[in-house]
Design a protein around this ligand. Structure first.
Ligand SMILES: NC(=O)c1ccc[n+]([C@@H]2O[C@H](COP(=O)([O-])OP(=O)(O)OC[C@H]3O[C@@H](n4cnc5c(N)ncnc54)[C@H](OP(=O)(O)O)[C@@H]3O)[C@@H](O)[C@H]2O)c1
Length: 273
């Protein structure tokens, strides 16, 4: 029996993945903000007679303190974590700053992933083939990063902010593998392809129309799950791998530059101090 932690596990691909693992007999922890959606996962688990193996943690992962609380809660109840899926997403048409002072995309798509990966590494290391699967990348080249304005204080554009976070997630993965060179953790970056999911977020008229069209064009969640499970069931051998849908992405090229990864890592440590 595996222990699988899924952020964004209350909706979309994360929820579908949670139910598959529950059917397989695994222990599943889903994290999300919405209590009703969390209860729906628990109810579905009951229907599968898997209620005892499902756990919902209600938390706003755009807050550092909430990530720390989630890590403490998971670590206190689970000695081991086999799989950590990083899949929380939230679209914001207008810039939003969290109560802790971080731009919300930066906080949810990047800082949360940073905190959870590092925060649960001890539990991951207890298992034979631990995997961290981040669904937000891989994301293009380094020019997407506004090093002098990482939190989009100027000229906020939601797609650019989210695109940058995909890139930051790539560098996070590089920095993670450099930080734990002897780790057993396989870090996998996967773009599962455009998928018809909830697309949670706050939209203006233009972005709402766009997302409706994206949902119409998107593949069914089941198709994305095939891609996700391919890596979870047979983790790639290398410490870091990346895939655009079914195609491997070279993680040794300039977009995964280790100096940029170190730079981001140092900036992050300072921000979190
Ligand atoms: N759908 C696509 O076409 C696509 C394509 C490429 C990559 N991806 C990536 O795949 C992952 C899953 O996407 P999806 O489309 O399946 O998502 P989705 O259906 O929109 O669901 C988003 C999930 O994130 C959770 N979430 C949102 N804000 C949160 C917060 N502040 N704290 C904690 N949880 C939060 C939501 O839970 P609550 O509602 O309970 O808060 C929900 O479970 C994301 O990382 C996304 O970027 C998606």
């Amino acid at each position: 029996m595996k222990t699988v932690v899924i952020t964004g596990g209350t909706d979309g691909m994360g929820k579908a993945l949670a139910l598959i693992h529950l059917r397989r007999g695994d222990q599943v922890v889903v994290v999300g903000t919405n209590a009703k959606k969390g209860q729906a996962v628990l109810d579905a688990a009951d229907e599968l007679e898997a209620g005892g193996r499902a756990e919902f943690i209600q938390a706003d992962l755009s807050l550092v303190a909430e990530n720390r609380r989630v890590i403490t809660q998971i670590a206190s109840t689970h000695q081991t974590v086999d799989t950590l899926v990083l899949g929380a997403r939230y679209f914001r048409a207008t810039r939003f700053v969290t109560a802790e002072g971080f731009e919300a995309n930066f906080a949810l798509f990047y800082l949360s992933r940073y905190l959870l990966g590092h925060g649960l590494v001890a539990q991951l290391e207890q298992t034979s083939t631990p995997v961290i699967l981040d669904l937000s990348g891989p994301g293009g080249d380094l020019s997407r990063i506004r090093w002098d304005d990482l939190q989009f204080a100027h000229d906020y554009h939601p797609d650019e902010a989210m695109g940058q976070c995909g890139k930051l997630s790539d560098l996070l993965a590089v920095a993670f593998t450099r930080h734990y060179p002897d780790s057993r953790v396989r870090y996998v970056l996967l773009h599962p392809g455009l998928t018809a999911t909830a697309f949670t977020g706050e939209y203006d008229t233009a972005s709402a129309e766009l997302v409706t069209r994206m949902r119409e064009r998107g593949q069914p969640v089941e198709a994305a799950l095939v891609r996700i499970l391919r890596h979870l069931d047979n983790p790639p051998p290398g410490p870091l791998t990346a895939f655009m849908q079914d195609n491997p992405v070279d993680v040794h090229g300039e977009p995964f530059d280790s100096a940029a990864a170190d730079r981001l890592s140092e900036l992050t440590s300072k921000l979190l101090r």
